[in-house]
Design a protein around this ligand. Sequence first.
Ligand SMILES: CC(C)(COP(=O)(O)OP(=O)(O)OC[C@H]1O[C@@H](n2cnc3c(N)ncnc32)[C@H](O)[C@@H]1OP(=O)(O)O)[C@@H](O)C(=O)NCCC(=O)NCCS
Length: 191
Amino acid sequence: MLGAGGHARVLQEVLDEAGHELAAEPITDDAALGAISPSDVLLINGIGSSSDLGVRAAVFERHKAAGFNFLQLQAQTAHISASAKLLEGVQVMHMAVIHSEVVFEDNVIVNTGAIVEHHCVVCASSHIAVGAVLCGNVVIGSHTHVGANATILQGVRVGSNCIIGAGAVVLHDVPDNSIAVGVPAVVKSRS
Ligand SMILES: CC(C)(COP(=O)(O)OP(=O)(O)OC[C@H]1O[C@@H](n2cnc3c(N)ncnc32)[C@H](O)[C@@H]1OP(=O)(O)O)[C@@H](O)C(=O)NCCC(=O)NCCS
């Protein structure tokens, strides 16, 4: 386990329930990891986010470059369509529902109670936060945070490095590097 904050604590319980064994105390610095061979363990990225996904993404990318691989974790109460495609390090938390033909790229979190409908694509290191809803055919770019209880309407494309605020209802496409809040969501540049 990389990290020791709130997301890591929840992951610890999901891992226990799924029968995985944590090999050691949570790893919080490079020195502790230096003693471990990449072929002996699977890592789990315990860094969460409520907006900025830069640290979580950097942790994943740095450890991949050092030869480590990441566990894909699915909580026991999650529903995941057999036709969904989940890449490395994807974490699907309790009561999440993932329907047909969805694709999640590396290091994505689908948090507790989120619903991802058919044919959505979520790119690398993005976070679909608790209770968020992606209607069908939505595309979410990389390093984007979809806030708690946000709703993205069908067919909408949200860019990379975006923040969708908690509770937002997104009706239209959102360009890269934007922040969108409110009902209906108003879009502003992050810079
Ligand atoms: C959107 C967000 C990132 C903005 O955070 P911030 O930059 O610290 O913004 P502030 O709290 O300073 O608020 C700035 C303004 O935006 C408004 N605002 C902030 N979040 C909002 C939201 N979710 N919906 C509507 N308005 C919001 C504030 O009321 C404030 O308005 P004002 O300037 O008229 O007073 C944050 O509020 C948010 O929604 N984060 C997502 C949290 C989340 O999903 N957690 C899940 C973890 S699993």
